[in-house]
Ligand binder design. Structure first.
Ligand SMILES: [Zn+2]
Length: 454
């Protein structure tokens, strides 16, 4: 026992001694190096600051001189708060908005629109800026201008901007989807959408489109001559060569004033419902009995599933009225359209709806109603599409097309004349397109040569 106590005491003394030495070392050790480094870093900065000459204040700006500001509308901005943030009094903003109300409502304001504001102070001591002029360009083809009169009242007018129409031709091979091929050639989204729509009656993009098939388009764009900005015009002619077979369509405004697309023989493409209300999709599940991937048992599949990435636009299969729009159980975000002759179509699992889509609204064939998603009961993003006739589900891929309407008499004669004109334009633009493509190719190859030399 005594030995154990002795051993314990010796151990204790050792521990105390070691701790004391460590503490002594700690106290007398030089300060950590990092502090030294920090000090040497600070020093030159201080010197530099001392060497800098005293700042000279800029001369005061004469705020009575008018200045023009270009303000870009951001998300959440309102017309009133944008003007107010420039130091304009609230009652003046109210007057301006009131003056322009016949031409423009503040709720028409969209992100990225530009507001041009010319402001100045009445005198240097005034707390507020006066608006001398305000310009808004809600669309490429017009501008709203509000001007201040001598007596301080405001006057608004609409300036129509004459856009120039330019015809364009593109052609190429399709690898992947038609839209990807066209976008690569700079075709506007709306024009590509129009082309897909007019072919959706006859072409089954899933089965009939193959790698290396060719497409061509003749379309117009509208250009603002002042800024060079463009907006989509119209599709005039479209061609698809699928497995060596040509499918050509010409636009024509018939005597009843409706623009449609026709084959060379004058047959309209507009028929019943679209078989495929989506572009670039693959059928992942057909109509009829199948083993349900989630429920695990065989169940009658009341529609067709098209697999497509989230956000792919979904088109209305036919003209009609929106009967239902909203969350609907396993269907997730759901839209149902009532068409004529007892037909209805339904679209399920949407990620979102087209802006402003509501019940009772009329919708046209080909109009985008929403976007592919994976809401409700689903294993992944796809469109579940149903066609219902007199309350019975039918196979969308087996819809009997209504017979094509054919132009006759004087309409057919006028169509033939219109077709000849399009053919001439086509020939001319096609030559230009080829010249431009060869120029582009030789440019890139000479650039490569320079690269190699360098
Ligand atoms: Zn389904």
């Amino acid at each position: 026992m005594a030995d154990k106590t002795k051993q314990f005491l010796i151990g204790l003394v050792c521990v105390i001694l070691a701790s004391t030495v460590a503490l002594y070392n700690f106290i007398n050790s030089p300060p950590p190096r990092t502090i030294e480094i920090a000090e040497t870093h600070v020093e030159p900065c201080q010197k530099h600051a001392e060497a800098e000459p005293e700042k000279v204040l800029p001369p005061p700006v004469d705020e009575t001189l008018p200045k023009t500001l270009r303000l870009k509308v951001g998300g959440g901005d309102t017309l009133a708060n944008m003007i107010q943030s420039q130091g304009v009094a609230h009652n003046q903003i109210h007057k301006i908005v009131h003056t322009m109300k016949n031409f423009y409502k503040p709720r028409e304001l969209r992100a990225n629109h530009i507001i041009e504001l010319t402001i100045a102070k009445a005198n240097q001591t005034s707390p507020y800026f006066d608006v001398q002029e305000l310009k808004i360009r809600p669309a490429l083809e017009y501008e709203i201008i509000v001007k201040r009169n001598e007596n301080g009242t405001y006057e608004a007018h609409k300036r129509v901007i004459k856009l120039t129409e330019e015809l364009r031709w593109v052609e190429g091979e399709i690898y992947g989807s038609l839209s990807d091929a066209a976008y690569r050639n700079g075709v506007p989204h709306k024009t590509v959408h129009d082309m897909i729509m007019i072919y959706s009656f006859d072409v089954d993009f899933q089965r009939q489109l193959h790698h290396g098939d060719r497409y061509c388009m003749l379309y117009s764009v509208l250009i603002d001559p002042e800024t060079g900005k463009e907006q989509p015009g119209k599709l005039i002619y479209a061609g698809l060569n699928l497995s060596g077979k040509d499918h050509e369509l010409y636009s024509y405004k018939s005597r009843d004033g409706i623009v449609g697309f026709y084959t060379q023989q004058g047959e309209s493409v507009r028929k019943g419902l679209l078989r495929t209300p989506i572009d670039g999709a693959r059928i992942s599940s057909g109509f009829g009995h199948r083993h349900h991937p989630i429920l695990g048992y065989t169940k009658h599949h009341k529609g067709v599933d098209f697999r497509a990435p989230i956000g792919t636009p979904i088109m209305a299969a036919g003209d009609g009225v929106i009967e239902q729009v909203g969350r609907w159980g396993n269907y997730g975000n759901y839209v149902k359209i009532r068409h004529n002759s007892g037909y209805a179509t339904a679209y399920a699992h949407l990620s979102r709806y087209a802006k402003g889509l509501r019940r009772g609204q009329r919708i046209c064939q080909g109009q985008v109603l929403g976007y592919v998603g994976a809401t409700g009961r689903t294993t992944g993003p796809h469109l579940h599409y149903e066609v219902i006739k007199n309350n019975h589900h039918i196979n969308p891929l087996s819809i009997k097309m209504l017979p094509a309407t054919k132009l006759g008499g004087s309409d057919f004669k006028a169509f033939q004349a219109a077709m000849m004109k399009i053919k001439d334009q086509k020939m001319y633009l096609k030559e230009n397109f080829k010249v431009m493509q060869t120029a582009r190719k030789s440019n890139t190859s000479s650039a490569k040569k320079i690269d190699q030399l360098g």
